[in-house]
Design a protein around this ligand. Structure first.
Ligand SMILES: [Zn+2]
Ligand SMILES: [Zn+2]
Length: 318
């Protein structure tokens, strides 16, 4: 879905006619908000790096606020999902990576490249834990031939200069106008740096848990949020999936130690008194035997508030 200038003007009440005949619509002469209305889009809701088809794909999310897109995680498939969400790639502006598991960062370099190849001419800021600098420099090196050929041959700007990388730590990450983004270090062994992100956008608050074991401090971090987008693990579904693999006990212990059972997700949401809990990063994912109602019923045992069982390309208004 593309957001044309006219559609935006109509949606925002700025279209000619709203002001009555004879009144010049001065606001309509401003640049259009091509990124579309304020919203959350769950681009990829699969937990883990398995690729079983276009949907669900590994972790990626889009937030749009006042025409500015914020991408949270860049799992495989993020470029196509952003295009499907109606975002022109050269509008890319901010990217946040929760941690360096590949189901969250595999397509970071290619997304930046694709935006550039599609006409990016403006800066992009990328925020991620330690390791970002080496990851990006290795990516640019891996495509140096193509990039330098196109710069010389097609007169493009140097993408390595358009992209600003920032290795983040806990606390305030970004503050700009009425936007504040802060990070909380969560528990996701053996990864030592895994973060939840809180986006304060005017009077709206959206929190992404990232990947984490049950972590009560996350409830303080998300207190009163309009949306808590939280990863979710359904243990009975996991048993069914693991029954087909050889090292099931070890794998199960590993998964239990670094993800949050969906009943505990409900406990976090209840402690935080969030307005809406959005389940995301499903383990298992795409399993027909674990229907949305199964997730909803499991989380309902511990959270009485508004629940959304996420799926790829689901849009939620801000
Ligand atoms: Zn993950
Ligand atoms: Zn992870």
């Amino acid at each position: 879905m593309a957001f044309t200038r006219r559609r935006f003007l109509i949606k925002s009440g700025l279209a000619i006619g709203v002001f009555g005949s004879g009144v010049k619509p001065i606001l309509a002469q401003q640049p259009p908000n091509e990124a579309g209305p304020d919203r959350i889009v769950l681009l990829g809701t699969r937990g883990g790096p398995f690729i079983g088809g276009y949907s669900p794909s590994p972790s990626a999310n889009l937030l749009v606020y006042k025409g500015v897109p914020y991408v949270i995680d860049t799992g495989y498939g993020v470029t196509f999902k952003l295009v499907d969400a109606g975002l022109r790639l050269p509008l890319l502006r901010y990217i946040f990576i929760t941690h360096h598991h590949s189901d969250h960062n595999l397509e970071l370099g290619p997304l930046l490249y694709n935006a550039w190849a599609n006409g990016l001419r403006t800066p992009v800021d990328v925020y991620a834990p330690t390791g970002l600098y080496s990851m990006l420099s290795a990516y640019w090196e891996s495509n140096r031939f193509d990039i330098e050929t196109r710069i010389a041959d097609e007169g493009r700007p140097d993408p390595r200069k358009l992209v600003a990388a920032h290795e983040l730590s806990e606390g305030l990450v970004l503050s700009r106008d009425d936007v504040r983004v802060s990070a909380l270090k969560v528990i996701h062994p053996p990864v030592t740096e895994s973060y939840a992100f809180k986006f304060q956008l005017g009077d709206k608050t959206v929190v992404f848990s990232g990947d984490t074991a049950f972590f009560p401090p996350l409830a303080d971090f998300a207190m009163g949020a309009d949306y808590l987008v939280h990863e979710a693990l359904y243990v009975p579904g996991l048993d069914a999936v693991l029954s087909h693999v050889g090292n099931a006990d070890r794998l199960k212990a590993s998964i239990l130690s670094h993800h949050t059972r969906v009943e505990d997700v409900g406990r976090i949401a209840a402690m935080a008194n969030v307005k809406t809990l959005v389940l995301n990063h499903f383990v298992p994912a795409g399993d027909k035997n674990v229907a949305p109602e199964v997730w909803r019923d499991a989380v309902r045992t511990t959270f009485a508030g508004n629940i959304v069982v996420g799926k790829d390309m689901l849009q939620l208004p801000l």
